[in-house]
Design a protein around this ligand. Structure first.
Ligand code: BMA
Length: 332
């Protein structure tokens, strides 16, 4: 891969990470890949917590059994967070549904929708639930395997709900992990169809593996602005990790979709928007992983981008909305 740098319109929050295991009042090891939104006047963060192990277990050769739950935090400023004393479980776990992770939040018409992945006995499924209080969740849909990284648009477009998603067609693509960004439509958030390819992995210069959605899109007068994740596999070198053998760098890309027809990409920034450069990003459970899960447009024009770093902590970077749009349109 050509040598890239995060674009200089991006400013990392000096107080990073905004969320980490130390701030969580229950068993917690890795806090990452959070969904973040504004709901009822507060910032809400719903994060993935992998626990029941620690870094030294790998050095000791212990049989690591990772458990996962979903934590919730609230904030008045998007920077300082109060974590709810107990984690939650948006989907009841059982012999079939074994783990829920990577939550993403979208507020539509005053209700908060949460997309998530679940590991099941029969494959990875993407789900959507709705909540009004982050206590009770109503499951609206669970896809067939294998699909995940679902994110919802914050309003109906031409009378339909839309989501971005990432199926993993292991038999149909030319390599084992060449996966793309798709979209589908729904009249009611339960039934999904009219599936369309949005962006192929081969069209992203900083990807030699797979891509998929990242944070849910935000609306701007110029179009739907959205991040995506892209993976570059380093066949020639190993990246920092707790478990060894890690070679996948996760980078964040940026694109702008047509307001009325989001299946049309108006502009895509040709370089990565954000890639691992700080210690929080380069070193951890899986170093060099950046995974945006929440993007908030403030009235000032500031965009807050929340991203999981090294599958270990949750970080924040900001940029001005006009600069982000310019990046998408400069090569259009
Ligand atoms: C993916 C998911 C993400 C994670 C990434 C890097 O397959 O598990 O949650 O951030 O790998 O480990």
């Amino acid at each position: 891969m050509k040598k890239f740098e995060s674009n200089n319109v991006i400013i990392r929050y000096p107080g990073n990470p905004v969320m980490s295991a130390e701030k969580v009042p229950y068993d917690a090891t890795l806090i990452f890949n959070a969904g973040v939104t504004k709901f009822n006047g507060k910032y809400v963060m719903v994060f993935r917590n992998d626990y029941n192990f620690e870094q030294s277990d790998y050095a000791k050769g212990k049989n690591v059994k990772i458990k996962t739950n979903i934590g919730i935090a609230f904030s008045n400023d998007g920077l300082n967070w109060d974590v709810k004393p107990e984690p939650c479980q948006p989907v009841p776990l059982n012999d079939e549904i074994r783990r829920c992770y990577d939550p993403r939040l979208t507020v539509i018409d005053g209700r908060c929708y949460i997309c998530f992945a679940v590991d099941t006995a029969h494959g990875i499924r993407g789900g959507i639930a709705v909540t009004d209080d982050f206590d009770k969740f109503e499951i609206l849909s669970l896809s067939t395997p294998d699909n995940r990284n679902m994110v919802l648009f914050p309003e109906k477009i031409n009378g339909e709900y839309l989501r971005l998603e990432r199926p993993f067609p292991v038999y149909g693509r030319h390599s084992n992990e060449s996966f793309d960004c798709w979209m589908s439509y729904s009249p009611d958030l339960c039934y999904w169809g009219k599936d369309q390819l949005l962006l192929g992995a081969e069209d992203v210069s900083f990807c030699n593996c797979k891509i998929g959605p990242a944070a849910p899109p935000i609306k701007t007068p110029q179009g739907w602005l959205t991040t995506f994740h892209a993976v570059w596999t380093h066949d020639d070198s190993e990246l920092d990790s707790w478990h060894g053998g890690w070679d996948k760098e996760y980078l964040a890309g940026l694109m702008l979709l047509d307001l009325d027809n989001p299946n049309k990409i108006i502009g895509i920034y040709q370089d990565p928007l954000l890639l691992s450069e700080t210690d929080h990003e380069l070193k951890g459970f899986r170093g060099s992983v950046i995974f945006p899960g929440g993007m908030i447009l403030e009235d000032s024009g500031e965009v807050k981008i929340y991203y999981g770093a090294a599958d270990t902590v949750e970080c924040l970077a900001t940029a001005h909305i006009d600069d982000l749009i310019d990046l998408c349109l400069k090569d259009a």
